[in-house]
Design a protein around this ligand. Structure first.
Ligand SMILES: *[C@@H]1O[C@H](CO)[C@@H](O)[C@H](O)[C@H]1NC(C)=O
Ligand SMILES: *[C@@H]1O[C@H](CO)[C@@H](O)[C@H](O)[C@H]1NC(C)=O
Length: 383
């Protein structure tokens, strides 16, 4: 009797689980609303950071992406990332060495997990936004030991997913001459909370007499931010000497985005950095490639310095030496930074997700994404 009940129970459970599984499988992923700036950030994050190559070893290990970031941005099905193949086909989950979840592609309803889980598989939490984007409790639904690794711009992440690197910068910057022009710099602004302070700084620079070309959403009657990738500006913008690489958050660890790498460096402008700490920038960027606002007592002092550079070309061009030196390498840049800042924790060229997965032998569980990604931040970052 009991046996029969048990069998019935087991059978019913099996049916229910199967249904649940199938339903969950096809459940639509919720894509959060993206602000203009967010979607731009993501576009870069997506297309730019995976090293996609075209030559394949035999049967490369599989990484399953649980959907594209924001539902729209991601490398193509079947593309290769440093020797791993990438798929979005969830039916292949049992073949994957890792499952990558962009934070927009998983939600409360799917955690705890109703799908397949192999303990050997690494579940990766992927995020390109700053902590301020989520607020103090915005990531609670991801807590609870669901993820094994984080994949973010933070150097403390299990795998660093950077917006740019010294090594890469050397390959994309133009060596040799660049146009010199007497325009001042470009900035853009967005409607996010952290943007208020940077707007104040920008206004103070204008008050101090700096002429700044502006573009983007919050300046009326100006041109919009270019949508294309790579973000190569029109010649008239590229002629500017400086680019205000102002992030939308203050002192968030390692939050140095495409504003620095792509908008400024790639477009041959000297980044004027506001937001991340100077140490964070120094640890990843080429030495003498940028100007940091923290080095100046006031916006007026910075304005004065930029005006000085505008009039003194030799001084201005010092910010281009790293790229004009034909013998420059990643190693040499690291050595230069080390000599100048012996106590700095310099970030070496990070390994890709695939490389990290292939070498990994450890078990790791992240008890709280909130603690790891948000609570550990500075108060300024979270304000
Ligand atoms: C997904 O993978 C399964 C199993 O390998 C395969 O049968 C199916 O055709 C694939 N679906 C798509 C859309 O490629
Ligand atoms: C990944 O996390 C899960 C869930 O916490 C855990 O059971 C598993 O052992 C972890 N696997 C690895 C390889 O770290």
């Amino acid at each position: 009797m009991i046996k029969r009940k048990l069998v019935k129970f087991a059978f019913a459970s099996y049916i229910m689980l199967t249904l649940y599984f199938l339903w969950g499988w096809n459940a639509e992923n919720t894509t959060r609303e993206t602000s203009k700036e967010m979607s731009e950030t993501i576009k870069i994050d997506e297309l730019h950071l995976d090293t996609v190559s075209t030559t394949a070893p035999k049967k490369p290990p599989l990484i399953l992406y649980w959907g594209k970031a924001w539902g729209i941005n991601g490398p193509d099905e079947g593309s290769l990332m440093d020797g791993c193949t990438l798929t979005y086909n969830r039916s292949k989950i049992s073949d994957a060495i890792a499952v990558v979840f962009h934070f927009t592609m998983i939600n409360k309803n799917q955690i705890p997990w109703q799908h397949y889980r192999d303990k050997k598989q690494i579940f990766v939490w992927w995020c390109g936004e700053g902590p301020g984007y989520f607020g103090k409790d915005g990531l609670r639904e991801f807590d609870g030991g669901f993820f094994n690794w984080t994949w973010t711009f933070k150097r403390s992440a299990d795998v660093l997913r950077y917006y740019g690197s010294r090594k890469e910068a050397l390959t994309f910057v133009k060596k040799g001459k660049r146009a010199i022009d007497d325009l001042w710099g470009v900035t853009r602004c967005s409607g996010t909370n952290g943007a208020i302070k940077r707007m104040e700084y920008y206004k103070a620079l204008v008050t101090a007499g700096l002429s700044i070309t502006t573009f983007g959403g919050c300046f009326p009657d100006v041109e919009n931010i270019p949508k294309q990738y790579p973000m190569l500006f029109e010649p008239k913008w590229r002629e500017h000497k400086f680019y205000l690489a102002f992030e939308n958050a203050i002192h968030c660890r390692d939050y140095i985005t495409e504003k620095f790498w792509d908008n400024a460096l790639k477009n041959d402008m000297v980044p004027v950095v506001w937001g991340p700490t100077k140490d964070d920038v120094l640890s990843v960027a080429p030495l003498n490639s940028f100007i940091h606002t923290d080095d100046f007592d006031s916006p007026a002092k910075l304005a004065e310095y930029l005006q000085f550079l505008d009039k003194n070309d030799d001084e201005y061009r010092k910010y281009f030496r790293w790229r004009e030196d034909e013998t420059m390498t990643d190693k040499k840049m690291i050595r230069m930074t080390q000599e100048r800042y012996p106590d700095l924790n310099i970030e070496l060229t990070p390994k890709s997700l695939c490389a990290r997965l292939l070498e990994n032998k450890e078990t790791k569980i992240i008890p709280s994404v909130t603690d790891e990604f948000i609570t550990s931040e500075t108060p300024e970052c979270l304000s």
